[in-house]
Design a binder for this molecule. Sequence first.
Ligand SMILES: [Zn+2]
Length: 400
Amino acid sequence: MAWVGSLLCRTNAIALTHSQMKRPSVGLVTSASGREGTLDERGPVKMNHHEDDVVVEPLRLRRFDHFPDALLDVAAPDLWLHLEGPSLFHLPGRHAQPLFVSVLLHGNEDSGWRAMQAVLRPHRGKLLPRPLMLFVGNIEAARAGVRTLPVQMDYNRCWPCAEQPVGPEARLMREVFEVARACSPFASIDIHNNTGNNPHYACVNRLAESFLHLARLFSRTVVYFDRPAGVQTAALAEICPAVTVECGIAGGAAGVAHAADFVASALAMSQFPHHPVPQGDLDLLRTFAIVRVPSDATLSYDDSDADFRFRGDLDLLNFSELEPGTSFGFLGHGATRQLDVLPGGDFTTTERYFEYVQREIRLSQRVIPAMLTVDARAVRLDCLGYLMHRIGRDGRRIAA
Ligand SMILES: [Zn+2]
């Protein structure tokens, strides 16, 4: 498959030692089946971690019927001390239909977890405006501070889809999906971070008004995507309006506050407006191409010699309307290499986006880039960035 990455966060997997992949054998109080867990009155069990005490457990879903106060102050890397693995919390609320929220599908993207702590803190002991289903995903990767462990499938690429992913992670996401479907969610929100200089934006893979209303609640910048397969948003879109929100770089307070406001607003919403989202309220974009550096080519951002010598401020171009001729940097060496430009969706062909004039790498048409990065590791693991165009409600490109 030509698709190599996604606009939804970047790959940042690193190697992990075997001992880091073991988990404590003692955990939260759940029923033997793990199907309907309830924390006991002691709350989460803090575990003493000794190498001799750990065993590798099969991946299974833990379910809880309340959110213990002790979790309100636990940082994502320490969640493994309190939760045995991927956990689904069912919290009661006044309206009938729950809001579904997933966080930490990527372990090093903690804004969603911190945002949910901020949402739940003031509701301690109080009923939420609407029931909440909170799925806390890759606790092991959060412990290691990485997106995904090398032994795992990406937790945001193995949700039910036409390609029918297999493996323990895919089975777990199928179970979460089936539980969610049985609860007829009002809406779904999946919270992520990314690298580089990007605004906060929402992603949808349907252009129905309810999806756009939900996305607009977070940001006027909305990116429509139909690849890759197996993402949470695409799965949940089968049963309710669903968005992914990208909250900038992990660790930023603004991203946490923005995500928390968004979730609180969605919880407080009684229904989606019946009128369409006004055209002027949205910057609707679609990914048309993915830009990769060939795997055997060298690159630099500091003018040192390499096949691709990119400008050091490349990520400052993200989400700007760029004109033809905009420079991405220069070719080095013999100036023999060119960037790989791959289709960003179900397009059979990719237009020409770059020209190479006297070794300079220039855009050859108007485009809006996203997630251009100055992190060479991210380029290697994923791609250089994405090229977008404005689209109408029909998904078609609006002529520049
Ligand atoms: Zn992510």
